[in-house]
Design a binder for this molecule. Sequence first.
Ligand SMILES: Cc1cc2nc3c(=O)[nH]c(=O)nc-3n(C[C@H](O)[C@H](O)[C@H](O)COP(=O)(O)OP(=O)(O)OC[C@H]3O[C@@H](n4cnc5c(N)ncnc54)[C@H](O)[C@@H]3O)c2cc1C
Length: 287
Amino acid sequence: MVVVFAERSDDELFRQALSFARRLEDDQLHAVGIDDAGAYSPDGWAGALAQHVRERPPSAVVAPGSERGNEVLAHAAAQLDLPFAANCVSAAHGDPLTLTRVRWGGSLLEEARVHGSPALLTVAPHAVAADTAGIEVEPIRPAAQAKVRVSERLEALSAGVSLTDADVVVSGGRGVGSAEGFAVIEELAELLGGAVGCSRAVTSAGWRPHTDQVGQTGTRISPSLYIACGISGATQHMAGCRGAKKLLAINPDREASILASADYAVIGDLHEVVPAISAEIRRTRSG
Ligand SMILES: Cc1cc2nc3c(=O)[nH]c(=O)nc-3n(C[C@H](O)[C@H](O)[C@H](O)COP(=O)(O)OP(=O)(O)OC[C@H]3O[C@@H](n4cnc5c(N)ncnc54)[C@H](O)[C@@H]3O)c2cc1C
């Protein structure tokens, strides 16, 4: 039996984890989720999962590769003294269990053998198609002796929309040139009801806060549309926006690596192109 840990049962990443687990063991899946999911506690949630694993030992435990999924499984692995592998894209039972996982922001696929049972695995976001069949999730109670409990979560909002939830993200990179240069990015994001993102070059320069950073060491997003302005497309950046349904790149450099991942591209200066898009949106809406 494979246990699938549901951070949020309606979540797309959970359905991807379910699909991954079905490939591992189609006929014996069991999903568990925290009963009172309102109050997040990494060690408390892990304690509940660890207790479940002790009572009914599965062949593997699979969870979404979200921040919480990785954190809870890391705690559970420590509590159970079991191996944990994050960001897996495939796995096959055996002695030892073998798996392939994403490393270095998506630039390396590692094959690994996991000794110890059950193995605790998280699934790399957007690496497998989401399961459509669904499953009933058994509620488990968070451990009472939790050391850490998150009491309040303050989400950084950009034009009233959070980066993770935004359907459209307009992102700026070093090509924007300055903190003030983001005015055109903010304007377009606002017109589209979206959020502003940026690359690490931008946060390193102090032009935007780290909460806006998209990428391996920033936020991982999956909007319907990602507009990357003045961003070269380093693997560490792409690790954060690979889940976008469509990508529009605005860059004067035809050789920029982001163009290889783009669905649409405008070869040009963002300081001309972005205001022109905003002006066209305004013109269309007013007419
Ligand atoms: C461990 C590690 C973790 C990292 N994590 C992240 C991360 O989470 N997120 C992240 O973004 N990076 C991350 N990085 C950094 C990453 O490797 C790149 O350095 C960074 O993404 C580059 O940012 P950029 O594309 O804005 O800048 P650059 O690579 O300098 O690209 C600037 C782009 O702007 C274009 N440009 C210039 N002028 C204009 C103009 N007028 N109009 C339009 N385009 C223009 C240029 O042609 C170029 O393509 C990480 C690196 C490491 C080592």
